[in-house]
Write a new protein. Structure first.
Length: 345
């Protein structure tokens, strides 16, 4: 199993300086690179200080100048916000600048808050259909001289300009949960990225079973790779585990609030949750965070991740977004690199 870092510039308070937050984002990526991680991933979001990433290609190109070895991935591009010709060209240009280090993660998106502002009237089903039209078009545009009469985008014969450095284009990863999205990824030669949400190891096992079922449905295709994205904190001791569980629980409560899209948002920040609202969440709790994520001392973390390796996951992505201080994120990542990764060498 190989390891990667999944990271955003995240802002939770108007008192936080944006430039300082970006410098911290870069520093975490450098630690991952120097520590021998395989990749760094960052996503796309709009109008949300919760995850500041309006165009991940900008971030990745900057990281490319400040790192040496890590692959650099979009985790993930939001498919309905992109025209195929634009995405094919921008991804190819990023691959050119990064000298072939780009991976292209694509998803339908998760937040109705963004849908309302970027593509009014869009829903999750329609966003998924747009993704299914976008990915094959991007692959064909990388080959060149491709015309399309589509449901969402139609255009005369066109070619990605420039062409990607990597033969066939950067590897494409599809964020998948249900059987249909796994089958789409496998049938189109894409890798798969899965994110368990609140059902722990049971869900992690079920997602892998869904992936294998999709592979069996298309026996003539190459088995793609599958990446597990999971919130991770490597603690000093059990007291530190409890503190991290509380912090990540608060992060998830804010994630849920953004997802429900019912609270007031001003200046990119969502209305603060009260302690009572956090404590009353029906299925998020510090105890659930420890059960469902890798929030543990190094030995316990190794045991958990060994189980995921045995299930067949090719990559474990350390999701560091948590609302924690930079110092706590950095210390956890350094412990993961020094104390956990060697057990998988």
């Amino acid at each position: 199993m190989r390891f990667s870092l999944f990271v955003h510039m995240e802002r939770t308070s108007p008192d936080q300086d944006q430039r300082a937050l970006y410098d911290e984002f870069v520093e975490l990526a450098k630690i991952a690179d120097n520590g021998g991680m395989h990749a760094v991933w960052t996503g796309e979001h709009h109008g949300m200080d919760f995850t500041i990433a309006p165009n991940p290609f900008l971030n990745l190109i900057d990281l490319g100048r400040q790192t040496k070895n890590v692959r650099l991935g979009t985790g993930t591009i939001i498919a309905p916000f992109w025209h195929p010709i634009r995405l094919a060209g921008e991804a190819a240009m990023a691959d050119l600048i990064l000298e072939g280090r780009l991976d292209l993660g694509i998803a339908r998106g998760a937040y109705s808050y963004e849908y309302e502002r970027m593509v009014p009237g869009l829903d999750a089903w329609d966003a998924g259909q747009r993704m299914r039209e976008l990915i094959p078009a991007v692959k064909e545009l990388w080959k060149g001289d491709y015309a399309q009469e589509g449901t969402y985008h139609s255009f005369p014969k066109s070619t990605s300009s420039p062409k990607p450095v990597q033969e066939g284009g950067p590897p494409i990863w599809v964020a998948a949960r249900d059987p249909n999205s796994h089958e789409f990824a496998v049938s189109t030669g894409c890798n798969v990225q899965v994110t368990p949400l609140w059902q722990g190891d049971e869900e992690i096992t079920r997602l892998m079973e869904t992936f294998y079922a999709a592979c069996e449905k298309f026996p003539g295709t190459r088995r793609p790779e599958i990446m597990l994205l999971n919130h991770t904190y490597i603690a000093r001791d059990q007291e530190d585990v409890l503190q991290a569980a509380k912090e990540i629980n608060e992060f998830y409560c804010y994630f849920g609030a953004w997802f429900k899209n019912e609270r007031e948002v001003s200046q990119g920040l969502i209305e603060r949750l009260t302690d009572a609202e956090i404590a009353a969440h029906p299925f998020y709790s510090p105890e659930a965070m420890v059960r469902d994520n890798v929030i543990a001392t190094s030995g316990d973390a190794i045991d958990k991740i060994k189980r995921y390796e045995a299930l067949g996951y090719d990559e474990y992505s350390f999701w560091i977004d948590s609302g924690m201080s930079f110092e706590r994120k950095k210390a956890s990542l350094e412990r993961f690199i020094s104390d956990v990764m060697p057990a998988f060498a």
